[in-house]
Design a protein around this ligand. Structure first.
Ligand code: GTP
Ligand code: MG
Length: 683
């Protein structure tokens, strides 16, 4: 039995920087293993992965694609993860329960920061990983130089497992350094073994020695053999490769051309021989397996035909139709249908066993990241998912009132599918705000609302929480008097209105002497004052003021709560324009993380957006990264992420927190007030 084989069904993640060829590699794997008849392309929109309308439209992955295939009588499920940072949360939910990851990358310096981010996640989760150097049909650099370029992205040594065979300027095949065999690529079919001779044989010796030296860093016996010039047995080399991969000591590097299926078979063989299976993965996650069903939810989908589906990795036991599953917090539901996945396609199958990755139907209360079990006492949670803080917000509404309810339901489903999407209802502005991980993330959300749920929507940047205050005190009378047959209305108040320091909010004082306004009406005056402060003369809520009720009069018949409330409001409304009103804008503290070579650009971006830089520092535990802190107006943070990403090859991020309100005057303030007035007039 070959090493590693017979480990049960595997689950392998395909990850890597944006557009490196993951979906194409999945397609190549499916074609080479016979799961699909013909290999499609991302350009033509014919791949098994990226099957959703949105992915096809953008020619990029916008969610994970899952496909199960068989290689040498063993089952493998591959999970193709989006490379865009805006969808990275989908990958995060998948990784913990995978046996290994294939990090697909290219010889592209610009993509190194993203490669570093991904390798870091894998390193932290202790997931064995291969690097697949893709697109070597376009290679114009020596592979060893490429590795030198990529090495800083990995904390563990990149271990070259193959060297290319050059035919003139193009790579025509490879030499496997473990098997010491030369192969010439054939398009869309297995490569052909050719004799290893001449100059190539010499290069192979050197490269193999360097591979063995790296392995020997963790194997004294191998080190001795190398020092004494004893050729190590082939089995020992394979054992070391598998062990050091499993222990996260090395990151083996394979290469190929996904679009021509070159290098794919070698990759599959490496997976078969060198990766461990579900038993080790369950151990890594700390699962206590006792034969009962145990699974982790990798992704949640709402399909138009099959209803809700939970894609799970089964860690132990068996899950068939009718099994009831629970999470530590709640009942998840009863399984109705077990499906094998191939991109968008799903075929009903029998019960899933340990190692299988399948979709389970109708688990109404299961969520992505959940640990599901069938025992009397639910198994403790195995993965803790916390979506990263949202970086971009959009205010959305249905174009037609009749779609309001539909919009609410659709958003609930989308949030269930994608926990990185957060929907908030802003009680003050009555806006529905969708928070996401980037421009593309929110764009895809709106496309889904339109395409999948048929809701025409309107979108705007969310309102900024402007306020206003006053700079001058005043005393003002507010009178409300009406005589219209029967009972009249009478309320009369005198208010002392004064500015308060920033951040004080609002205070009301009762300074009535001698009962000129009877005690039972004072609460109503306060309510009226609060009403009046809701919309100041500039159009925003008035804050940082104190209002004292100092005088007034009443009428024994015509006075009422209502009349005094109106008088309070009139007093405030008439007073405020005379108090030298001032616009206040929210200022946040922002923390931007970025690779150090982008720090200067980030500083310039912040200054260009009225940011006040507080300082910058190296980022704790992140070599080569900085943190920049600044104070920044909320209005300038709105689409900040777009500029930050473009300055940092897509990897920069930020968090922000409200700090204080600051006065804003001059032209910018006038523009905001005018816009608010125009909006009020249109409403
Ligand atoms: N020349 C060449 N092009 C390739 C190769 N593999 C993929 N491509 C092309 O690279 C582009 C991106 O391929 P995808 O497979 O969509 O890449 P991806 O990594 O899945 O992209 P995202 O999911 O959006 O991150 C497409 O135009 C592919 O045709 C390859 O080996 N050689
Ligand atoms: Mg893709």
């Amino acid at each position: 039995m070959p090493r590693g084989a017979n480990s049960g069904p595997r689950c392998i993640a395909l990850v890597g920087p944006f557009q490196s060829g993951k979906t194409t590699l999945l397609e190549a794997i499916l074609a080479r293993t016979g799961a699909i008849q013909r290999m499609g392309t991302v350009e033509a929109g014919t791949t098994a992965g990226d099957g959703s309308k949105e992915a096809r439209h953008h020619k990029m992955s916008v969610e994970v694609s899952v496909a199960t295939t068989t290689f040498m009588d063993e089952s493998y499920t591959f999970i193709d993860c989006p490379g865009s940072i805006a969808f990275a949360n989908d990958m995060r939910a998948v990784l913990p329960a995978c046996d290994a990851a294939i990090v697909v990358c290219e010889a592209d310096e610009k993509k190194i920061p993203q490669l570093q981010l991904i390798l870091r996640e894998l390193e932290e989760l202790k997931i064995p990983r291969f690097l697949f150097l893709n697109k070597i049909d376009k290679a114009d650099t020596r592979v060893r130089d490429v590795l030198r370029l990529l090495q800083p992205a990995s904390r563990t040594p990149l271990l070259l497992r193959q060297i290319p065979l050059w035919h003139g300027d193009i790579i025509s095949g490879f030499v496997d350094l473990a098997l010491e065999r030369a192969h010439v690529y054939k398009e869309h079919t297995a490569s052909e073994v050719v004799p290893l001779e001449g100059e190539v044989a010499q290069l192979e010796k050197e490269a193999r020695f360097s591979m063995l030296e790296t392995l020997a860093d963790h194997d004294d016996e191998l080190m001795e053999q190398l020092l004494e010039d004893i050729p190590p047995p082939r089995d020992k080399v394979f054992d070391d490769l598998a062990k050091e991969l499993r222990d996260g000591l090395v990151c083996p590097v394979l290469m190929g051309v996904a679009s021509r299926t070159n290098g794919v078979l070698r990759l599959l063989k490496a997976l078969r021989h060198e990766t461990t299976g579900v038993k080790e993965t369950a151990e890594r996650l700390g699962a206590k397996t006792n034969g009962e069903a145990l699974a982790v939810v990798l992704k949640t989908l709402h399909t138009s035909h099959g209803g809700k589906m939970s894609i799970v990795r089964v860690l132990s036991g068996e899950i068939g139709d009718g099994v009831t599953l629970a999470t530590p917090e709640r009942e998840a539901g009863r399984v109705s249908g077990v499906f094998k996945l191939l991109g968008q396609g799903h075929d009903k199958r029998g019960a899933a066993v340990a190692g299988d990755t399948v979709a389970l139907g109708k688990l109404e209360h299961a969520r992505t990241g959940d640990t599901l079990s069938s025992g009397k006492k639910p198994h403790a949670a195995l993965v803790g998912l916390k979506p990263p803080p949202a970086v971009l917000a959009l205010s959305i509404s249905a174009k037609e009132r009749k779609d309001d309810v539909k919009l609410g339901l659709a958003l609930t489903k989308l949030v269930e599918e994608d926990p990185a999407l957060v929907v908030d209802h802003n009680a003050e502005t009555h806006e529905v705000i969708a928070w996401g991980q980037g421009e593309m993330h929110l764009r895809v959300m709106t496309e889904r609302l339109a395409d999948r749920f048929g809701i025409a929507i309107e979108k705007h940047p969310p309102r900024v929480g402007y306020r206003e205050s006053i700079r001058k005190p005043i005393q003002q009378r507010g009178r409300h008097k009406k005589q219209s047959g029967g009972h009249g209305q009478y309320g009369d108040v005198v208010l002392d209105i004064k500015p308060l320091p920033r951040g004080s909010g609002f205070a009301f004082k009762d300074e009535i002497k001698g009962g000129v306004v009877p005690g039972n009406y004072i609460g109503s005056v306060e309510e009226g004052v609060i009403d009046g402060l809701k919309h100041g003369p500039l159009g925003f809520q008035v804050v940082d003021v104190t209002v004292a009720l100092v005088d007034g009069s009443y009428h024994s018949v015509d006075s009422s709560d209502m009349a005094f409330r109106t008088a309070g409001r009139i007093g405030v409304t008439e007073a405020l324009p005379q108090c030298n009103p001032v616009l206040l804008e929210p200022i946040h503290t922002v923390e931007i993380v970025c690779p150090s070579d982008a720090t200067a650009k980030i500083n310039a971006i912040l200054s260009g957006r009225r940011g006040q830089i507080l300082g910058f520092d190296t980022r704790d535990g992140w070599q080569g990264w900085d943190v920049v802190r600044a104070m920044m107006p909320e209005a300038e943070i709105g689409n900040l992420i777009i500029e930050v990403r473009s300055a940092t090859a897509g990897v920069g991020g930020f968090t922000s927190k409200f700090d204080h309100m600051a006065e804003l005057s001059g032209k910018p303030a006038e523009q905001i007030v005018a816009a608010r007035k125009a909006e009020a007039a249109a409403a």
